[in-house]
Write a protein of this length. Sequence first.
Length: 259
Amino acid sequence: MIFSKDDQNIQKLAHLLINSKNCIAFTGAGISVASGIPSFRGEDGIWSKYDPNILELSNYYSNPKLCWKFIKEIFYDNLQGIEPNKGHYALTELQKMGLLKNIYTQNIDNLHQKSGSKNVYEFHGTTNYFVCKKCMKRYSIKAIDLEDEYPKCPDCSALVKPDFIFFSEELPRKVLEVAFSDAEKADLILVIGCSGEVAPANQMPLYVKHSGGEVVEINPQPSLYSGNISSFRISGKSQDTLTKVVNAVKEIRERQDEK
Ligand code: ZN
């Protein structure tokens, strides 16, 4: 039987996972593509059809009706009924097997949590919550009337903002701190569906590497980590690759049990 390069690397990754003591995952838009989440950049990306200005913080607060109309379309109407894919579920399974600890994601789609994953840290926030800058409280999407002229605080009726990062906002400092200190302790990081272009979250694999850990990519296209930061890259689609990795881990463990 002839094994492809990807198949060999899947076996390699399965062994790394079994032998690692502290593995974390870093995920980007690529892992959600199979769920039907549209991409933002590029020719057919969201920002080729909408004015990114709707996600400028000051614009949102001064023109809430207009901004909300489009934000609702892009982040809420379009994403209704979106479900996790095999890639998300595979990570959940790795967590249950005790082989994967925290998941750090650049996605705001809530799909890791929906697939049952625990310890999910969101660099860019989530569509699933809203914040009121007046009450300084955070509300679940269920408490908000999305069909209103703009989303309002259930307590004080002020305009609330989706709890994901707008363009002029900084990343949540707490998440960054946890991420970087965790990365320094990790002996393995899986970089999944992530080109490495969005700073500062993109520094995570570098922290792992510089602290002596190993970086493995599951990316269809080469990224900024390929060839220098990552030990190897598996080029298959993340949902297929991750499913194969889980199966490979199970097979290896079964063989070990037989001995
Ligand atoms: Zn309020």
